[in-house]
Design a protein around this ligand. Structure first.
Ligand SMILES: [Zn+2]
Ligand SMILES: [Zn+2]
Length: 113
């Protein structure tokens, strides 16, 4: 399980995770908000998205970031959404940097569903 040494992103346009192995993953705050997989954003039984991206402001920010056990972070957003949990495996597995995109394309890194 990848573990971040540092997470920087409170009220910033980007949320950056610095991993123990030195890699850095930066998400746009809004992209991460839109990637929320909680029951309020994704219908549990069908996997149908319930969240309309048009309702999420460009300026949405993380108001609070809390460690959730050893495997995830819980983010409280400025739009009032508080139920999102983001696990480190997916955060690292979906890393949008050029290097990780190239590695995923080459099939070297585990792909997230
Ligand atoms: Zn959600
Ligand atoms: Zn990366």
């Amino acid at each position: 399980m990848p573990m971040p040494d540092e997470i920087v992103g409170l009220l910033r346009s980007k949320i950056t995770l610095k991993w123990a192995d030195g890699h850095e993953t930066a998400y746009r705050a809004r992209d991460l908000r839109l990637a929320c997989r909680c029951a309020a954003c994704i219908e549990e039984t069908s996997g149908r998205p319930l969240l309309d991206p048009a309702t999420i402001s460009e300026n949405v920010r993380a108001k609070k970031i809390e460690l959730c056990g050893q495997y995830a972070i819980a983010i409280e957003w400025t739009d009032g959404h508080t139920t999102g949990i983001f696990n480190f495996r997916d955060l690292r597995g979906n890393c949008p940097c050029d290097l990780c995109i190239a590695e995923r394309a080459a099939g070297r890194a585990p792909r997230s569903p």
